[in-house]
Write a protein that binds this ligand. Structure first.
Ligand SMILES: NC(=O)c1ccc[n+]([C@@H]2O[C@H](COP(=O)([O-])OP(=O)(O)OC[C@H]3O[C@@H](n4cnc5c(N)ncnc54)[C@H](OP(=O)(O)O)[C@@H]3O)[C@@H](O)[C@H]2O)c1
Length: 282
């Protein structure tokens, strides 16, 4: 049995689909089973990282765990709780979804995933850590602006990132859950090319057949906009520092680790944009 946490989200949802398609036994964890839409044949379990009893039940009889936390300063605490439950239940293999730059950019963007990575690294589990770059699906937050014909707000200047397709991240996760080959490895997962926000806008425009513009937003304006939207100030500061890091070229990194694991090149942003064009077309 493979326990997938974050099963209703971007990466976890893909992981569940891929495992189910291969006929693997899957238990999908969500805080609200009644609201979750999951493929037929998947065992759905209620689990909340803030409720240790629910985690103990979710981990019972599990052989491999896909550990994914919602982004936020609670990640270390949530990892600790889930790993304790996994250890108590004798879960043999753990694949943790982390983030690019973990352990390297602490001063700038916090290190939400580092304690969980460290705990896993010193455990007896067969572990793999996945550190993806920025997801292509983050572009979906621009969909309302694009549908309304408005420019995309850009706090990153011309800073570039190795935007990765969530489907590739999920495929790597599935490989590492099912094979011993990547046990003990930390894999940094990027797409095939470095792209800035204006370049992403050009690619979206090519897919949609019209111009998609960007408008530069200062980091102060970015901060004000998030605070006005009611976001937690701790979260906002980390997001601002993350944008600054990207603007300064601090996340301009490409690796070939997706290709090494999957035996094919990673998908381009253009392919992701084409496959999701309906979300932007209105
Ligand atoms: N976005 C990026 O560019 C990027 C890049 C690198 C790394 N990451 C990492 O990727 C992760 C986010 O992945 P994602 O975008 O696939 O997530 P997502 O779509 O935001 O989904 C979050 C998932 O977490 C579950 N969840 C939330 N609170 C929970 C709790 N208290 N207990 C149990 N489950 C809970 C939700 O399930 P229910 O609501 O059904 O309970 C949902 O399935 C973060 O750890 C982030 O650091 C993101």
């Amino acid at each position: 049995m493979i326990l997938v946490t974050g099963a209703t989200g971007t990466i976890g949802g893909e992981v569940v689909q891929l495992l189910t398609g291969r006929g693997e036994p899957v238990r999908a964890m969500t805080r609200n089973p009644a609201r979750a839409t999951l493929p037929a044949g998947v065992e759905v379990v209620r689990g909340d990282f803030d409720d240790p009893e629910s985690l103990a039940k979710a981990a019972t009889g599990v052989e491999a765990l896909f550990l994914l936390d919602a982004p936020g300063p609670w990640i270390a605490q949530h990892d600790r709780a889930m790993l304790a439950a996994a250890r108590a239940a004798g879960v043999r293999r753990v694949v943790k979804l982390s983030a690019i730059g973990t352990g390297e950019q602490a001063a700038k963007v916090g290190d939400w995933h580092l304690p969980g990575e460290q705990e896993l690294g010193s455990s007896d589990a067969e572990w793999t850590v996945l550190r993806p770059s920025s997801f292509a699906s983050n572009a979906l937050r621009w969909a309302p602006a694009i549908r309304a014909g408005q420019p995309i707000p850009n706090p990153n200047g011309t800073g570039m990132q190795g935007i990765v397709d969530p489907r590739d991240v999920a495929e790597v996760a599935v490989r590492t859950l099912l094979s011993e080959e990547h046990v003990g490895q930390v894999l940094t997962l990027t797409g095939p090319e470095l792209l800035s926000v204006p370049e992403l806008a050009v690619r979206l425009g090519e897919v949609l057949g019209r111009t998609v513009a960007t408008v530069d937003v200062s980091l102060d304006a970015y901060r004000e906009r998030m605070l006005a939207g009611g976001l937690d100030p701790v979260f906002v500061e980390i997001a601002v520092n993350g944008a600054k890091l990207v603007e300064e070229g601090g996340n301009a990194q490409l690796t070939d680790e997706v290709a090494q694991v999957l035996g094919r090149p990673p998908r381009t942003f253009a392919v992701w944009a084409y496959d999701h064009r309906d979300a932007f077309a209105g």
